[in-house]
Design a protein around this ligand. Structure first.
Ligand code: NAG
Ligand code: NAG
Length: 518
């Protein structure tokens, strides 16, 4: 119990009462948590937790072990992702029961509570319980507004639905059934229910969905970004959000095919024993390599799903179904996979673009949201279109970056050197603005992070510009901020009057620092 030994009774009491007060504070605020809003695109969204066996290996041959358990710290044996994908089944109206709801907090909550406690270096079980209680108070009533294991949007439905989510004469589609080349659709128009039969759908275009691999930030989880990612899915993309097992999250459980499980807690240098001893920089290299291995396994998972292995796949995630996975056969566009990430994950996404596009690294582009300031130097060897979006806070609070100059200048030069990238800043936002947190506890987040842009507007802006970028990769033209000229070439490094902005689709203000030359 290192925590106990380090602390005098007096400090322990101060700690203890602070956490008790914080707990009651959080609990009393619980009623002010807001449900997650609907996704922004025309399609409904299916959501599914999937964990699959991969070829077990020590990533980079790293043999470091955890002092606590003696287990290998960088052993990859399964891949866990949360899939978000376009579907047709709408979630029930607010207040209606949702039989297959996916709780926003991963289960068991105690794993996440204890994980965050350990992140804060709290090892004393009663205090860890208080973290769990706080998580429960703030997060347990939130569900992800997608349908677990819903069928993937069929080809014909994708073709029929227009961007407004409706079919002429039908309004919003609420049910769709397909058999023998015929489709029956039910929709609502005003308060009336309308039924339509569509014949000959076999002849409609066969379409495949472009895919996105998403990698979370330090202390993040795969579902911390459910609104951003679910909304991208609702615009017609299959998104896999990785639950990294590199020791960067609060806690996650690896479920082995033989029924045993291994808990992976947040990892710090002092937790590791290796010879020669690892440095902080070595730990980042090891974690980023682990993340890259998981990113490549996710591409392999897409490959397996579109090859039709979904029907026989064993989903190791407990209590998670997999019946919709058979429907992914021939439906994923393996030539259109984009890698995206936030913070540590943005650094990882940029790193994963090294050597892209190639058979091994089939990425057509990358999205980096607030690329990490402390997560290691950034990869500059990028040949594919890249979108970097920064929060106002990330751009304004400048730090020197690994002896390379100001972080802003390093990122700007990196994007400019690709000649086919964009670098923008969304004013009035902070580092967590792209996560779900500001949607669930809006005013706690506003107090803590000092954002001035409404949380939902900020997310809409992030989503719209990201979808615009994905559409540019699909050669669909758009009219958003990506088509506008540079408005703020020097950002925080220039004069205040030279920091112009352009208006986004939802009223946010973007500073445009770099635009694509092609
Ligand atoms: C189960 O599989 C894991 C991973 O392959 C292995 O480390 C563990 O020893 C196995 N346990 C049993 C009881 O077979
Ligand atoms: C993909 O399928 C192959 C062959 O069945 C299997 O060995 C591999 O582990 C699978 N990988 C993933 C990530 O699903």
């Amino acid at each position: 119990m290192p925590f106990f030994r380090r602390l005098s009774p007096r400090r322990l009491m101060i700690f203890g009462s602070a956490f008790v007060l914080f707990g009651f504070f959080a609990f009393s605020l619980a009623p002010i948590t807001s449900p997650l809003p609907r996704y922004t695109g025309p399609h409904e969204v299916g959501v599914l937790d999937v964990e699959v066996e991969v070829e077990p290996r020590l990533v980079n041959g790293n043999e470091a072990v955890l002092k606590e358990t003696g287990e290998r710290a960088f052993e990859l044996s399964t891949l866990a992702v949360t899939l978000y994908y376009p579907s047709t089944i709408p979630p029930p109206a607010p207040g209606q029961p949702q039989p297959y709801a996916r709780p926003w907090l991963p289960q068991p909550i105690s794993l996440i509570g204890t994980g965050y406690a350990r992140l804060a270096r709290v090892y004393f079980p009663p205090l860890q319980a208080l973290f769990t209680f706080t998580m429960w108070a703030l997060g347990s009533s939130t569900v992800i507004p997608g349908i677990v294991d819903a069928p993937l949007l069929s080809q014909s439905q994708k073709t029929l639905l227009d961007e407004s989510g409706g079919i002429s004469g039908l309004g919003r589609v609420t049910e769709a059934e397909e058999s023998d080349g015929r489709m029956e659709l039910r929709g609502t128009k005003g308060d009336k229910t309308v039924d339509v039969n569509v014949q000959g759908i076999d002849n409609l275009l066969k379409e495949k969905f472009p895919c996105v691999v998403f990698t979370h930030g330090m202390a993040g989880m795969s579902q911390s970004y459910s609104h951003y990612l679910g909304s991208i899915a609702s615009h017609g993309y299959v998104v896999a959000a990785i639950e990294h097992r590199d020791g960067s999250g609060p806690g996650t459980i690896v479920h082995h095919p033989n029924g045993t499980e291994r808990r992976v807690w947040h990892l710090q240098l002092a937790d590791l024993s290796a010879s020669p001893a690892m440095t902080a920089a070595d730990l980042k290299v090891a974690q980023l390599a682990f993340r890259e291995a998981e990113i490549h396994e996710t591409v392999q998972l897409f490959q397996n799903l579109t090859a039709g292995h979904g029907a026989t796949l064993t989903n190791l995630k407990p209590d998670s179904p997999s019946s919709s996975l058979a429907g992914f056969k021939d439906r994923l566009d393996m030539d259109a996979i984009t890698v995206a990430g936030h913070s540590y994950g943005a650094t990882g996404a940029l790193q994963a673009l090294k050597c892209a596009p190639s058979a091994d690294v089939p990425f057509n582009g990358g999205i980096a949201l607030d690329p990490g300031k402390g997560s290691g130097p950034l990869n500059h060897a990028i040949e594919v279109p890249t979108l970097v979006l920064q929060s106002g806070e990330w751009t304004d609070k400048q730090t020197q970056f690994y002896d390379q100059g100001w972080h802003f200048a390093v990122v700007r030069d990196l994007v400019a050197a690709t000649r086919k990238g964009w670098f923008l800043t969304l004013r009035g936002t902070a580092h967590p603005s792209v996560t779900d947190a500001p949607l669930i506890v809006p005013w706690i987040m506003r107090l803590v992070t000092g954002t001035t842009l409404n949380a939902e507007v900020a997310l809409r802006e992030y989503i719209d510009v990201s979808v615009d970028f994905l559409q540019v990769l699909q050669r669909v033209r758009n009219a958003g901020p990506l088509t506008r000229p540079v408005s703020s070439p020097e950002g925080p490094l220039g004069e205040v009057q030279d920091r112009g902005t352009v208006e986004g689709s939802s009223g946010g203000e973007w500073e445009v620092h770099v635009v694509s030359e092609v």
